[in-house]
Design a protein around this ligand. Structure first.
Ligand code: PEP
Length: 242
């Protein structure tokens, strides 16, 4: 398993359902990785492109966007943690809000997925976040507490799991919480349960080249999860170089 302690910050590119071989070739030629090797750059292409990405990668890590909650068996079309491990995948996003919303993933599924990944030495990046309705009702912390309690398995610790705070209303919208809100929420995640004190907590939701620096330099923020802006090699280079 990758040693998370070796890194000062994490930049995770979530390509979602985008990219093909040609795109990958071009992206890899165009990006420039940071000189600072304590910055951990992870690119998560589609499952189909994981192997190609792993074989052609330079100084970044490869991550998956999802994994089955089942270890093996009669689950047609699913991809197991074991299969990801065969492809030398080091990280896997789990519980992204799009999976919770469109594929009806529950905290309990995310818990099983994370547990299976940890057993295969793959680091789960567990996503949690409130909807706009939750925020307006003032129940963000309660929502996060419940998501964390149920979706982080007992086997998780600061050395084998990353938490991603992604307010659902900030994903792909160009909206972000204020820097104070981000820092306070990360602080809540870290402090409300001593289990999470030393976890790496990254922020996701409309991170771009022009706001990454102010967000990732916040005391309680250990990096960023980037969607749309990670598909543009020049923008992503600026994000990881900042
Ligand atoms: C995401 O999908 O995880 C994400 C953060 O997207 P965006 O950066 O486009 O808001």
């Amino acid at each position: 398993m990758i040693k998370l302690d070796n890194f000062s910050s994490f930049f995770v590119a979530n390509w979602k359902l985008n990219g093909n071989f040609k795109f990958i070739d071009q992206f890899i030629t165009e990006i420039s990785l940071p000189q600072d090797t304590t910055k951990c750059v992870v690119i998560c292409p589609t499952t189909i492109h994981l192997d190609y990405m792993s074989k052609n990668k330079t100084k970044f890590y490869v991550g998956a966007q999802n994994v089955s909650q089942h270890k093996d068996g009669a689950f047609t079309g699913e991809i197991s943690a074991d299969s990801l491990s065969d492809l030398n995948v080091n990280f896997c996003i789990v519980g992204h809000s799009e999976r919770r919303q469109f594929f009806f993933e529950k905290n309990e599924d995310i818990n099983h997925k994370s547990e299976n990944l940890i057993k295969k030495n793959i680091i789960p990046i567990v996503c949690v976040g409130e909807t706009l309705e939750d925020k307006e009702k003032g129940i963000t912390n309660g929502i996060l507490e419940e998501q964390l309690k149920k979706s982080i398995p007992i086997s998780s610790n600061f050395q084998n799991t990353i938490i991603a705070y992604e307010p659902v209303w900030a994903i792909g919208t160009g909206l972000t919480p204020t820097n104070k809100e981000i820092n306070d929420t990360h602080s809540f995640i870290r402090e409300h349960n001593s289990k999470f004190n030393k976890f790496k907590i990254i922020y996701g939701g409309s991170v771009k080249a022009n706001n990454v620096n102010e967000i990732t330099s916040l005391l309680n923020v250990d990096g960023a999860l980037i969607g749309g802006a990670s598909l543009k090699s020049d923008e992503f280079t600026k994000i990881i170089q900042d």
